[in-house]
Design a protein around this ligand. Structure first.
Ligand code: BGC
Length: 740
């Protein structure tokens, strides 16, 4: 449609219709011709509002979306098609590793390809918008949504954010991509104590330096939508924060797309105590510039009244409605409401062999080898392997937020190892993910009868353990696949105990008495506390929830088909009492090293190390890459110049390596105290066996700037330290100066 026609359409629409465009409802409202009594009554909106709804959430599939489109368009006086949006967080049918694992690839090009694939699949199923990427920086693994984020660092998350947005939208013009909706704006990952739906409260310097860059990167990459956060930031709910939505997002960053609330967050403005009632909530959200109200009765029930009594200008409704219509038009929905979808296309596009290959490659790069005593790994493939543990033959490797994926499509570790070593593999489950019924009930997802079935009686559990010990005794190596329940990670999965479940550790301790080599595979959506299992294990692989091809990728690493290259994008603590624990903490006046104080009065814990178990950026490969000759070309740069950094890598092994060269810096003196280290650049380079490579970075001086407490970016002249290495801890250092 040409702009003029679209303008005419808007001019011809009734107020009711326009408001309809600002409402988003979920699938249950549209499942049949007559919507069941339940959802309408529960939400408390009229049938008319449902008929006029402009967008629908999490309905996918060619047949279903076509039917839905037909039904809805027939009900709309101007036959306006609905926008279909969905949570395509890390894949649609082909599931990639969870985003925390994607962060661990340190490979934005590969992640762009992955998200392009996700967009292709979702579009083929008739979907238009993805509620992703989620790029909330998080420093606290107690927060369940850690699973959804690429990690703890603003720079790494920004690179991933750009890649994900670009990937989703790459094929949009061919109706083979999705509009990307970045979330959750802003600083949802900063909620206190890692407690879900809690509040974030922080200095502007912290906000702009550590939390905002990934959202801004998404906006710069052209994301079409932004979703607000369920939480408050400095006392104001993100959904109605005029400063955030207008001043920062629109004016400062130039975002001109659509703004949507998170699920029911407009309604929740009253729960927060920010709005007196629904009417007040509607007014405040509209005043802040929020276009679409997701799954709440507020816009549906209140906007008309606000306009009619003059409290809200119709221009605001028009502007918001225009943005919705514009997006529909950009997608070509007025000409082709089905978005080119068909059941045949869907079959051709989804979960193809090429896509399986891609997700295996991504998972290969996401797995992080945390420990490898005496180079136990890789295995030769000739050993007799006892595969044990609740995740050994488990299809839930796709994780809980892969809502459109099917666990049945997932390759388990057992299936993958069987393909490779056949009869040399023996398997016993040994124990369950959890035996704690109370905790399982606490997840709030699993029906009571299922919990009863999930937890065997004592005798059966004992039998499982005995079987595991028996096959372990007969083996050369034990591969023990453990982890947290998939429902423990993800939204509303906050928890305070980050240890592996007791029953899993107990079986590990029994296995350890056999004197066999043990490889631990940890499946989790967050950093867990592994300090009580490192001793018993020879090798540890952090597997995240590795996706559809997770089993194959784990076998690839175990058997040395690849040299592992994943590097942690989030710090692993010794103990949860250290949280929030992150590498880029500010310099303290009493550091553990270099303080004038010794002993007690330095920044430390009296009962635990202050250092992490595994630092940010950490991960092992087979065969080591050495760093030497770190130099900066100029010892002084002006604020308009770039710093050239050179370092030479040597791969003295026979492995083909992918090494992530990480560059950090520290600003020695600044008017706002700066982090001890801050990631400023990285490159994932390929190194042939027995080779050497010089790696160069050009870093514009502006990269060494920081945000002050007015939220302004400043570059203060002075001395800086530059660190280069394989992780945030093991680095070499040079100095340079920024001069006026
Ligand atoms: C989540 C969002 C998600 C939305 C729609 C909310 O509960 O916070 O991340 O996109 O639901 O499913």
């Amino acid at each position: 449609m040409r702009e003029k026609e679209l303008r005419d359409l808007l001019a011809d629409m009734s107020l009711e219709e326009k408001i309809g465009q600002l409402i988003q409802l979920s699938g249950e409202f549209f499942q049949s011709k007559d919507i069941s009594y339940g959802p309408i009554q529960k939400l408390g909106i009229s049938q008319k509002a449902i008929d006029l709804t402009g967008s629908v959430l999490n309905v996918t599939g060619a047949r279903v979306t076509k039917e839905l489109q037909d039904r809805q368009m027939a009900k709309q006086p101007h036959n306006i098609p609905v926008l279909l949006m969905a949570d395509v967080i890390y894949g649609f049918k082909t599931i990639f590793p969870i985003p925390l694992g994607l962060g661990a690839t340190w490979n934005p090009e590969l992640i762009q390809e992955a998200f392009r694939t996700a967009g292709n699949e979702a579009a083929a199923s008739g979907n238009h918008v993805s509620f992703a990427p989620m790029v909330d920086v998080t420093h606290d693994p107690r927060w369940g949504r850690t699973l959804e984020s690429p990690g703890e660092d603003a720079y790494l998350n920004s690179q991933m954010s750009r890649a994900m947005v670009t990937g989703f939208q790459e094929d949009l013009a061919d109706k083979a991509g999705q509009v990307s909706c970045v979330k959750h704006f802003a600083a949802y990952g900063g909620v206190e104590a890692g407690l879900e739906y809690n509040s974030a409260d922080m200095s502007l310097s912290n906000l702009f330096q550590n939390y905002m860059p990934p959202y801004q990167a998404a906006v710069d990459a052209g994301c079409g939508m932004v979703m607000t956060s369920l939480s408050t930031l400095n006392g104001v709910p993100g959904t109605a924060d005029k400063w955030l939505l207008q001043d920062v997002l629109k004016k400062q960053w130039g975002f001109d797309g659509l703004l949507i609330s998170d699920y029911a967050s407009v309604y929740e403005l009253t729960k927060h105590g920010f709005a007196a009632d629904d009417r007040d909530a509607a007014q405040k959200a509209m005043d802040a510039g929020l276009d679409i109200d997701m799954k709440s009765p507020v816009y549906a029930n209140e906007l008309q009244g606000l306009v009619e009594d003059g409290s809200l200008s119709v221009d605001k409704i028009d502007a918001a409605c225009w943005r919705v219509l514009e997006l529909k038009n950009k997608l070509g929905l007025f000409e082709d409401p089905y978005f080119g979808t068909s059941e045949e296309k869907e079959k051709l596009v989804n979960l193809t062999a090429a896509k399986r290959k891609l997700t295996r490659k991504v998972a290969d790069e996401a797995l992080v080898l945390l420990q490898n005593k005496n180079d136990l790994l890789p295995l030769t493939g000739q050993e007799k392997i006892a595969l044990i543990g609740p995740y050994a033959d488990e299809k839930s490797l796709i994780g809980m937020w892969a809502v459109h994926g099917d666990p049945a499509d997932c390759v388990t570790i057992k299936e993958a190892l069987e393909e490779e070593i056949g009869e040399r593999l023996s398997y016993a489950k040994g124990t369950e993910v959890s035996l704690d019924k109370e905790k399982l009930r606490g997840l709030g997802f699993i029906p009571a009868e299922e919990i009863e079935q999930m937890v065997p009686d004592e005798q059966t559990e004992k039998k499982q353990q005995v079987e595991a010990i028996k096959i372990a005794q007969e083996s050369d190596v034990i591969v023990y696949a453990v982890g947290e329940n998939s429902y423990e990670a993800g939204e509303a999965g906050s928890k305070t105990d980050l240890h592996l479940p007791e029953n899993q550790v107990a079986l590990l301790n029994d296995l350890a008495t056999l004197g066999k080599k043990i490889v631990l595979i940890n499946v989790s959506g967050r950093p867990l506390v592994l300090s009580n299992v490192t001793e018993q294990c020879d090798a540890i692989i952090q597997a995240w929830f590795p996706g559809t091809e997770g089993g194959h990728a784990i076998a690839d690493v175990l058997l040395g088909k690849i040299s592992p290259s994943g590097r942690l994008s989030m710090t692993f603590p010794y103990t949860e009492g250290q949280e929030p624990l992150y590498y880029a903490h500010l310099s303290t006046g009493r550091p553990r090293q270099g303080s004038q104080h010794v002993g007690r009065f330095v920044s430390r814990y009296i009962d635990a190390p202050a250092e992490p178990l595994y630092p940010f950026g950490y991960g092992l490969s087979y065969g080591k890459v050495n760093y030497r000759d770190l130099t900066v070309k100029q010892s002084h740069i002006q604020s308009t110049e770039s710093l050239q950094v050179n370092v030479t890598l040597t791969n003295a092994s026979d492995w083909q390596q992918k090494e992530t060269v990480q560059v950090y810096f520290h600003d020695d003196v600044a008017s706002v105290v700066q982090p001890v280290k801050r990631l400023v650049a990285f490159k994932k380079v390929r190194l042939a066996p027995q080779s050497e490579q010089k790696v160069t970075f050009e870093l514009p001086a502006e990269k060494f700037s920081f945000y002050d407490n007015q939220g302004k970016q400043v570059l203060e002249p002075g001395t800086f330290q530059l660190f280069v290495g394989a992780n945030s801890r093991d680095v070499q250092k040079v100095e340079f100066e920024v001069v006026k």
